[in-house]
Design a protein around this ligand. Structure first.
Ligand SMILES: C[S@@+](CC[C@H](N)C(=O)[O-])C[C@H]1O[C@@H](n2cnc3c(N)ncnc32)[C@H](O)[C@@H]1O
Length: 213
């Protein structure tokens, strides 16, 4: 996308963290949908969503994965939380049918404090979000709290080595090695944590998976 090259990396990085205004709503939607499709699809495959699952996505962006998961949870429910008003608007449009039918609920808010009871979800996912969390341990503890015993979490991410090849503002992005992500999952209480990988564009896709015993 030619126009992306015209935008300073500091602006693009801030927009990636929290899309805002017209750039956020329209350009970042295009960038996320084009650049993250393979990673999102790998997360969906890894979650193996069942029809009666209750699923939460943190930082859903334009909401395409919410839509795909809701098509599978015919007897379950999908919720999402994102702190960008523009992304909540875009994802609400994308999922309007499911929202009307009461099968999807989208929340506007910071996932540092999740507005859900303990043990609410069978499955939880978050993709390309942990780079923006400064005290990431607290976010992982919140994820652990809302997952049901027997449930799972899947974190889709690019690792430190991949991220270092991109022109991004390091004041906005915190990058993690695969071992860092395993440590975050384990410290929060998840067990059986492992990293899966799959070919994808523009990089190999990584999913960190953990289970709540
Ligand atoms: C880089 S985008 C990724 C969007 C989508 N998951 C994807 O892979 O295409 C990051 C998203 O996470 C959201 N986000 C980042 N930090 C957040 C936080 N602390 N609470 C809620 N949403 C957050 C942003 O608003 C944005 O929509």
């Amino acid at each position: 996308m030619f126009i992306v090259k015209l935008i300073p990396s500091s602006v693009l990085s801030r927009q990636a963290r929290k899309p805002s205004g017209l750039i956020g709503r329209y350009l970042m939607t295009k960038i996320f949908n084009a650049g993250n499709a393979d990673l999102n699809s790998f997360v969906k495959e890894t979650l193996n969503v069942q029809r009666n699952d209750r699923v939460l996505e943190i930082g859903f962006g334009p909401g395409k994965l919410i839509n795909e998961m809701a098509a599978l949870t015919t007897e379950g429910f999908v919720e999402g939380i994102d702190f960008s008003r523009e992304m909540v608007k875009e994802a609400s449009k994308e999922n309007s049918q499911f929202i009307t039918e009461g099968r999807v609920k989208l929340h506007s808010g910071d996932c540092r404090n999740l507005p859900f009871d303990d043990s609410s979800f069978d499955k939880l996912c978050s993709i390309n979000t942990l780079y923006f969390w400064k005290e990431s341990e607290e976010y992982f503890l919140e994820m652990f709290r809302v997952v049901k015993p027997g449930g799972m979490v899947v974190i889709g991410f690019r690792d430190k080595e991949q991220m270092s090849r991109l022109d991004l503002d390091q004041n906005v992005f915190n990058n993690y090695t695969k071992d860092d992500v395993i440590r975050l999952l384990s410290s929060a209480g998840f067990s059986g944590s492992e990293i899966l990988h799959k070919e994808g564009k523009p990089f190999l896709s990584y999913c960190a998976v953990g289970y709540k015993a």
